[in-house]
Design a protein around this ligand. Structure first.
Ligand code: VG1
Ligand code: CO
Length: 545
């Protein structure tokens, strides 16, 4: 049955440049006439047309997810796509979508999500395009998509009713096949192939208590199946498990600020042994033990150090990679394992080539993203299962594991200070001013710390030779402390300044200090160099992680 294809005249809409992770805007902006359609048509143009292609489609369930999915299906059909594999109710976590693209040999995928940004009619919406390796489109592709948004004159969409997406079945939309799949099944099977489920089951049987906060986002169904149904954790282990269009009015960003109820429970007298949370689209993770928060940078280092205890990585790691602002804790593990440690710009798309080329097995970012070569995205539940598997083998508490890790490698005290919704001119002025000073900083002393070197990070991809410039300003001090500053590429209003602070401590007597205190000099030096308070007009950061 062919359907009639409507050709709709349109004009370029400004501001459709994909950022760190896809295009993110206020939901209301995405709902404006032609906004979504223009961007989807530009994706088709950027990938050389969608005709004959197989795509994966899903999203994190936020407001406008279902409507947007219907638009993508109609536009894929109009463009002559062969098939779309879509998660039931248009749900798929980002790592599950990555897995489906890879296992089904799809040409690419569209993920409807603004990830850790709040959702709802007043919140944010987003669209990400992933390529055939299952990973976020590299800059060469997002550039082509952006170019297309600047010259678009029309888009094509079939005239049809909505496609029912509530039952796992295969239906046709005109000549295009739509396979509706259970969003959890394939992902859960993949996890069972990587981790020792019997060991984790035994851990739960022994009385080990856990709390997983799905934050009313997409991991609820995944965590319920994996932790409660397959691994035998008691019912109630997973909380806020039903994905809601506005995430229950929460902010689905798993960090001590936005996952405060979980933090409070974990720091309380009756804390479970282990706590974890994930973000809107399921690619981030927060790990917290009884009375012991684990920074994402430390988590990456711990997983690297203990990887061979897990069957999926028993053969050892080919290498590790971290984003530039992520702490150097994993570097020290890599050094002792004798493997490469790559430093990439912020954003998961930069890990894809290293993973594809077999040069890195584990990757991570300070923003609560950890992952491996099992998919081409960061993966929240995977990280949680990895921790459970390590704890099941080592039979110790999270706090004990951290203490022994720091005893072997030292402790990289680390914090990120975010100044949100800063006036764009002020934020750009701060960065421009700092950039102008970089060459003169070495040798100067600020708050007792002497600058050893200062530069703007640029990345030369060791696999395809591509170069990415302007990836953050970094200042190294004598003794190994460091400050990094960059502007966020995922925000939707004003500018967000991120200030990353780090200092290595090797004296075991000083491993128990509050991170803000341990970093006091570095924080003061950052302020003295960049004049953050006066330039942003803020007395303090909005979010400290
Ligand atoms: C932030 C994080 C970055 C992460 C990106 C996408 O980007 O810093 O590490 O890859 O979000 O994560 P930015 O440009 O705002 O600093 V997700 O889970 O929101 O897709
Ligand atoms: Co995310």
């Amino acid at each position: 049955m062919s359907l009639s294809i409507k050709t709709v005249s349109t004009r370029p809409i400004a501001g459709q440049k994909p950022g760190t992770s896809g295009l993110r805007k206020k939901t209301k902006v995405f709902q404006e006439p032609h906004f979504l359609e223009n961007f989807i048509q530009s994706i088709w143009t950027g990938i050389g047309g969608v005709a004959g292609k197989v795509l994966v489609l899903g999203g994190d369930g936020r407001h406008f997810n279902s409507q947007a999915a219907q638009v993508v299906l109609r536009m894929a059909a109009a463009g002559g796509a062969k098939k779309v594999i879509v998660g039931k109710r248009a749900l798929l976590s980002t790592p599950a979508a990555s897995n489906l693209i890879r296992t089904r040999g799809a040409d690419g995928g569209i993920i409807l999500s603004a990830s850790h940004n709040p959702g709802g009619p007043e919140g944010d919406f987003g669209v990400k395009y992933n390529t055939a390796n299952g990973g976020p489109a590299p800059e060469s592709v997002t550039e082509r998509i952006f170019e297309a948004t600047k010259t678009i004159t029309e888009y094509h969409i079939v005239d049809s009713q909505d496609v029912g997406l509530r039952i796992a079945e295969t239906v046709m939309l005109g000549d295009m096949e739509i396979e509706i799949v259970d969003p959890v099944e394939d992902y859960a099977a993949m996890m069972a192939g990587i981790f020792d489920f019997a060991a984790i089951k035994a851990l739960f049987r022994s009385g080990f208590k856990m709390r997983f906060d799905a934050m009313h986002a997409v991991t609820g169904p995944y965590a319920t199946v994996l932790l409660e149904e397959e691994l035998g954790a008691p019912p109630g282990t997973v909380i806020n498990a039903i994905p809601l269009p506005d995430f229950g009015q929460g902010h689905p960003d798993p960090n001590p600020i936005w996952a405060k109820p979980l933090m409070d429970e974990m720091m309380g007298d009756h804390a479970p042994d282990f706590g974890a949370a994930s973000d809107g689209d399921g690619d981030r993770n927060m790990i917290v033990g009884k009375g012991c928060y684990v920074t994402p940078s430390d988590s990456l280092a711990v997983l690297a150090a203990n990887a061979t205890l897990v069957s999926g990585y028993s053969g050892g790691l080919k290498g590790v990679a971290r984003s530039m602002p992520t702490s150097k804790a994993v570097d020290r593990v890599a050094e002792s394992l004798g493997i490469d440690c790559f430093e990439t710009p912020t954003g998961w798309k930069f890990f894809g080539n290293l993973l594809d080329a077999g040069r890195a097995t584990l990757c991570g970012e300070e923003s609560a993203g950890t992952g491996s070569d099992h998919v081409r995205e960061k993966d929240g539940l995977w990280a949680v299962l990895f921790w459970l598997n390590v704890l099941a083998v080592r039979k110790c508490s999270v706090a004990d594991l951290m203490t022994s890790h720091w005893a072997s490698y030292g402790r990289n005290y680390y914090s990120r200070h975010d100044y949100e919704d800063v006036e764009s001119d002020a934020a750009n002025g701060l960065v421009d001013h700092l950039r102008g000073q970089l060459a003169d900083l070495p040798g100067k002393t600020f708050a007792g710390l002497t600058v050893e070197s200062a530069d703007e990070f640029a990345y030369d991809d060791p696999v395809d030779g591509s170069r990415s410039e302007g990836q953050g300003l970094r200042i190294h001090f004598d003794g190994g402390a460091r400050v990094v500053m960059r502007l966020s590429g995922t925000g939707t209003s004003g500018a967000t300044l991120r200030v990353y602070l780090e200092r290595l401590e090797t004296d075991p007597a000083r491993f128990g200090i509050d991170p803000q205190e341990a970093l006091a000099e570095v924080i003061a030096a950052a302020e003295a160099i960049a004049g953050i308070r006066s330039r942003t007009g803020r007395a303090a950061p909005d979010v400290i992680t």
